[in-house]
Design a binder for this molecule. Structure first.
Ligand code: SF4
Ligand code: SF4
Length: 619
């Protein structure tokens, strides 16, 4: 009887396995075929293998979001392993029973299956509880969808079967073929992400979050190439294989939506929907344009803050997709007047504000700061930036910063009229050619002047110099500091001291491009702690900061929204009870002050740059 049951059970299992394999190979053919995939897997670097072990096998990716474990994610990992172990043990048990040698180990094996079954039962229930409807009255089915509910339910059911196999041995012959149901579903439903996310970790394109892709090198193109160049994602068939693997990794968990500032204020962007639509489009609508399914504003709504990328446990990289669609929109001139104005301002005036570049640093010269043409002996080139050069509020930050540097004996110089926009707004709006043109001009100038070190108050300039210029010219090896870093260094060396302590509670607004994207979080806090009596941490801070709404060139144009992102952010900062909000970016300062004015709080709450904090909170 046992032999017959084992044979039938094994036969069903093998048939299911063959069907799963057929679907797996079909999927893999979309990734270039099995041979190509194996060849690529054999060349994977050891650091990728390590990442795979930590992130995928040990489920370390679920700890990434500021070290807070995501219960559902961890239990998902445990559930998968317990499922695999039950399947392997049941298979072993049946094979042994077929060759007639299971008896001496039968009880031990069934006991192990029992324990693993208990684990599967508990972890499956935890996942279901974690995925429970968040709104009262909404059914589980509506909340999760039939396929998700079925798929997740299979784990605790398999756990129950494993337990029953211990009590009634013949249940093992149902357990094995049942375990193949999960294999089958994984191979042809969206649960394929369990496999593709592993491939994504091993084979995906690794990108520093502050570094956008470089689709071509302007310096290497001929004139006819430039005229004919088409870049970006216009139609779904423009998605390449690494992109498809990346999109396939999405588990539809919705974490990206939960942290997206654009989504929070009712802009038409849901990063999750972008990923799911691109993924579906690549398979079902390869002849259609992306903008047939998602409006232009979906892509303009993104501030490139990187919160979605940071939080995604599956390694989905949303931002390059969004930028690639923008590149296509720019190429096809689907731009409103504000976006056009930004591009033409930079092209004509050399700066994003659109004022004449001539004399942009005259006011700085009056403070006794030379231009690099006048002096050879200086420690840092101060990259003043477009805001620092022209915006009255940002000029105050520059003044404070210069005063501190003078006090500390740091010699600086500026570029004067030769300073142009760093190119960040061009690149992030999708105007790649003009960005590269601007970057090449800047690199050439900086090299010809022999500049060794740059310091800037602008996180966007900092990021572009530090992470992107080397892609344009690998010979660009200038040390780049954000003023936060230089100020912290000077404090540490005892070269500057706070002028007076701020008595009121203080909260820091971390800039996305400093804290999350470039991992600078300690330096500003060190400065604030010595300059104020009481520091209060915002709930969304450090790597988990919330955008002010200006990034990704959003400072220069509007997107339909229910509320301003800056207002959403200020409300959270104000809820700490602090009277001083510290910022480290001229764009953040402009956005936050504007939001305070909107809320009628500009008289009671101040926004101060870090350099102003060191001077006792005076601006
Ligand atoms: S992209 Fe990542 S965070 Fe967003 S739903 Fe998919 S898996 Fe979750
Ligand atoms: S980068 Fe920021 S704004 Fe853009 S989709 Fe991601 S979370 Fe949303």
């Amino acid at each position: 009887m046992n032999v017959e049951a084992a044979a039938i059970s094994l036969a069903i299992y093998i048939v299911a396995l063959i069907i799963s394999l057929y679907f797996v190979l079909k999927r893999i053919s979309e990734y270039g075929g099995l041979r190509v995939l194996i060849r690529r897997l054999l060349t994977v670097e050891s650091k990728r293998v390590k990442k795979f072990i930590v992130d995928y096998l040990l489920q370390g990716r679920f700890f990434r979001w500021g070290g807070e474990p995501i219960v559902e994610g961890i239990f998902r990992g445990i559930a998968i392993y317990s499922y695999l172990l039950i399947m392997v043990l049941a298979l072993l048990y049946e094979v042994l029973s077929l060759v007639g040698s299971v008896t001496p180990y039968a009880n031990v094996m069934l006991q192990i299956i029992l324990y693993i079954g208990l684990v599967a039962l508990v972890s499956g229930i935890v996942i279901l509880i974690e995925m429970r409807p968040k709104k009262r009255g909404r059914s589980w089915l509506l909340e999760m969808g039939l396929r998700d509910l079925l798929y997740i339910s299979l784990i605790p059911i398999l756990g129950v079967m494993a337990i029953l196999s211990y009590i009634y041995n013949y249940f093992i012959y149902i357990t094995l073929p049942f375990s193949s149901a999960i294999l089958l579903l994984t191979s042809f439903t969206r649960f394929w992400y369990n496999i593709s996310s592993a491939l994504n970790i091993l084979l995906g394109v690794e990108r520093h979050p502050g570094r956008l892709t470089t689709p071509f090198k302007l310096s290497e193109l001929s004139e006819s190439d430039i005229e004919n160049i088409r870049i970006g994602i216009g139609s779904f068939k423009d998605l390449d294989i690494p992109s498809l693997i990346n999109l396939d990794s999405c588990a539809n968990c919705g974490l990206c939506d939960s942290v997206c500032p654009a989504y929070a204020v009712g802009r038409p962007l849901s990063p999750r929907q972008v990923v799911l639509t691109l993924r579906k489009g690549a398979r079902q609508y390869s002849d259609k344009q992306v903008v047939d399914l998602l409006s232009d504003d979906v892509f303009w709504a993104c501030t490139t803050c990187g919160a979605c990328v940071e939080v995604c446990p599956m390694g989905v990289d949303h931002v390059p997709f969004i930028i690639d669609v923008r590149r296509w929109l720019v190429y096809n001139s689907r731009l409103d007047s504000k976006k056009m104005a930004l591009i033409s301002n930079i092209a004509q005036s050399g700066n994003s504000i659109g004022l004449p570049n001539y004399g942009r640093h005259e006011w700085i010269r009056k403070l006794g700061i030379p231009t690099v043409g006048d002096v050879k002996d200086y420690d840092y080139l101060l990259w003043v930036g477009c805001m620092g050069s022209f915006d009255e509020r940002a000029k105050n930050v520059i003044r404070s910063f210069i005063e501190i540097l003078k006090e500390a004996g740091v010699k600086i110089a500026v570029l004067g009229d030769q300073e142009l926009c760093c190119g960040d707004p061009l690149r992030r709006i999708g105007e790649e050619s003009r960005f590269q043109d601007m970057a090449m001009k800047n690199i050439q100038l900086l090299k010809s002047l022999g500049v060794k070190r740059i310091v800037t108050i602008c996180p966007h300039g900092y990021n572009t110099f530090k992470n992107e210029y080397r892609d344009i010219d690998p010979g660009f090896d200038i040390e780049v500091l954000h003023h936060t870093q230089l100020l912290a260094k000077l404090v540490e060396e005892g070269r500057i001291k706070p002028r007076m302590r701020i008595e009121e509670p203080v909260t820091l607004h971390d800039s996305c491009y400093i804290a999350r994207i470039n991992r600078i979080t300690d330096e500003p806090r060190r400065i604030i702690r010595i300059s104020s009596r009481e520091y209060r941490e915002a709930r969304k801070s450090g790597f988990r900061t919330f955008c002010c709404g200006a990034g990704g060139a959003n400072y220069w144009y509007d997107v339909p929204e229910r509320k301003r992102i800056s207002v959403e952010r200020v409300e959270e900062l104000v809820s700490t009870g602090s009277k001083v909000i510290v910022a480290e970016c001229p764009f953040c300062i402009a956005m936050l002050e504007d939001a305070l004015r909107n809320l009628g709080l500009d008289k009671s709450i101040r926004v101060r740059d870090l350099s102003e904090v060191l001077r006792g909170g005076q601006s």
